[in-house]
Design a protein around this ligand. Structure first.
Ligand code: OGA
Ligand code: MN
Length: 286
């Protein structure tokens, strides 16, 4: 394999040539890809064609799959794949616009996933970009005073408020009015993570809060905590920290959830948008 990686943004994002993700890669090739992911925070691959088996096989070379608690979006026969599709997919509910708020995947679990591998199967001719934010650059660019202020602070993450809100957004679009079971709700109990995390593989510090799932700052007055979270979010999502990925069918984006967050953007829903995501388990943030 002759992997070549080109940086396509000022601070992060590697565009990879010379890899067919459908192949059964050996350890050396996987290490090359993993090293590139650590160097760039996220990787973009074009012109891919994978079966669901191949997608899962590639993903599992980086670690076991995180299976989403909301089973309604899992692809029939492939619980490792969450289908984000406005037309539904094999056995799944349609999603109008999943993840249309800044978030890193599944930070509401005690061990949030290391990475996510999103495959665009059908995409609209325009719109429906995914925005990515470099949270390591965002941390580096904080003032020293703010770095000092947030040192050692922790924040509470939760999925339930977001789940309820997304049901409202989708109302009138498609049937997603299902309830979560008590077991699902229990799996989604609140968790606490540091606001600044240190990358376990390359030692970089990154902001680890997000609009989607971070609900308050631990031990801080509610309003003061919200103001701090809003300030950090506004700082992080400045243009200089953002890469917008405009999808072509066959694109695969592999991001490190520990140093990036992302957000779906709107598009004309007369067009189909069908994406498959695998999610690689991670560690407890420190
Ligand atoms: C995701 C996600 C956004 C999009 O796959 O985790 O948030 O643009 N996707 O589909
Ligand atoms: Mn997401």
């Amino acid at each position: 394999m002759t992997l070549s990686v080109k940086r396509i943004n000022d601070t992060f994002v590697g565009e990879v040539q010379g890899v067919n993700l459908a192949d059964d890669h050996g350890a050396g090739e996987i290490k090359e890809i993993r090293d590139a992911l650590m160097d760039h925070g996220m990787l973009v691959f074009h012109g891919q064609k994978m079966t669901s088996e191949e997608h899962v096989r590639f993903s599992q070379k980086f670690g076991p799959s995180e299976i989403h608690t909301v089973k309604q979006y899992l692809l029939e026969g492939f619980p490792e794949i969450i289908a984000l599709s406005n037309r539904g997919d094999k056995g799944t509910k349609p999603i109008a616009n999943g993840g249309a708020y800044w978030h890193s995947d599944i930070t509401y679990k005690a061990r949030p996933p290391m990475g996510s591998i999103l495959y665009g199967l059908e995409v609209p001719p325009e719109g429906g970009d995914t925005l990515y934010c470099d949270m390591a650059a965002a941390y580096d660019n904080l003032s020293d005073a703010m770095k000092e202020r947030i040192e050692g602070l922790k924040a509470v993450h939760s999925y339930l408020p977001r789940f309820m809100a997304s049901r409202q957004i989708d109302e009138g679009f498609q049937d997603n009015k299902f309830e979560l079971s008590d077991e699902q709700k229990a799996e989604l109990a609140e968790v606490v993570h540091p606001i600044v995390r240190t990358h376990p593989e390359n030692g970089r510090k990154a902001l680890f809060i997000n609009e989607g799932f971070t609900v308050r700052v631990e031990g801080m007055d509610e309003a003061e905590g919200q103001a701090l979270l809003d300030e950090l979010n506004a700082h992080a999502t400045q243009d200089r920290h953002i890469y917008a990925h405009g999808w072509s069918a066959g694109d695969v984006v592999f991001w490190d959830n520990r140093v990036t967050m992302h957000k779906a953007t709107d598009y004309d829903r007369q067009y189909a948008r069908r994406m498959h995501r695998t999610t690689v388990q991670g560690d407890v943030p420190v």
